[in-house]
Write a protein that binds this ligand. Sequence first.
Ligand SMILES: NC(=O)c1ccc[n+]([C@@H]2O[C@H](COP(=O)([O-])OP(=O)(O)OC[C@H]3O[C@@H](n4cnc5c(N)ncnc54)[C@H](O)[C@@H]3O)[C@@H](O)[C@H]2O)c1
Length: 267
Amino acid sequence: MNRFKDKSIIVTGAASGIGRATAVRFAAEGGKVVCADKAASVHETVEAITAEGGIAIGVEMDAGSEADVKALVERAVAEHGGLDIAFANAGITGGLQGGLFDSDAENWAEVLRVNLIGPFLMIKYAAPRIEECGGGAIICTASVAGIRSGAGPSSYSASKAGVINLVKTAAQQMTGSGVRINAVCPGLIETGMTSRVFEYAREAGKMDKVGQLNPLKRAGQPEELAGAVCFLASDDASYVNGQAIAVDGGLSSSHPVTRQLPKQAAV
Ligand SMILES: NC(=O)c1ccc[n+]([C@@H]2O[C@H](COP(=O)([O-])OP(=O)(O)OC[C@H]3O[C@@H](n4cnc5c(N)ncnc54)[C@H](O)[C@@H]3O)[C@@H](O)[C@H]2O)c1
């Protein structure tokens, strides 16, 4: 497939996990990718892309800084002659302050800054540039944690709920522009963010217990998110706008009820 041939694309959080897999996929399908991250290892993503003959540059930046996001968008426009697609994906969990009453305002401010203000800034600066190029797509990474409680720390969950609303509001405010704005809501995906869960499960011989709450009965891989993001970024999703799509193996499709036995087993 060559769905992104000559498209100018920004991916934040591109040093690792979902962002890295998506940057690689965009480039493999012909896109010219600006890989952005606060981590210097973003240049390893660029090396992986260029080694396969793809086009990418790396930018070290802070996705929650207005000056950095503005500069990132202008860099992509200058480097690749415009902007067609932006994936606002960088995110943090905010550490171990999971409980509402254990966390503090400082923790909440930092999590909201990166996870929610970051996507807001990307939309603010990228959307007008994408419109100038005749339209395109912005995708933001939310989470199943933003759909309901129980899948992350309180500040993280609130930040992701904010992203779900942000894409709906932004899609409305870009009415008539040709810029589609959607979110993905990953479930449990094996990345840098969740590596401790997987390391522990492997060490304890409990990998068969990971991801058992969803009907596919497994965790997801970053490439499975990349597939969904690239769909939303492509013309295949030309009528999908203002949506937050769960990519979670079905985790969020049910309330927590006891599973029904399969029909054949019930007799
Ligand atoms: N892994 C999961 O199970 C899961 C589930 C739901 C949502 N998500 C979301 O997916 C997105 C990607 O995370 P991941 O799972 O690939 O984790 P990851 O830790 O592998 O990747 C996140 C990347 O974001 C970068 N980053 C963090 N803060 C930044 C900042 N201020 N500026 C620039 N870059 C920054 C990190 O350096 C890292 O490279 C995040 O928004 C995360 O909240 C992940």
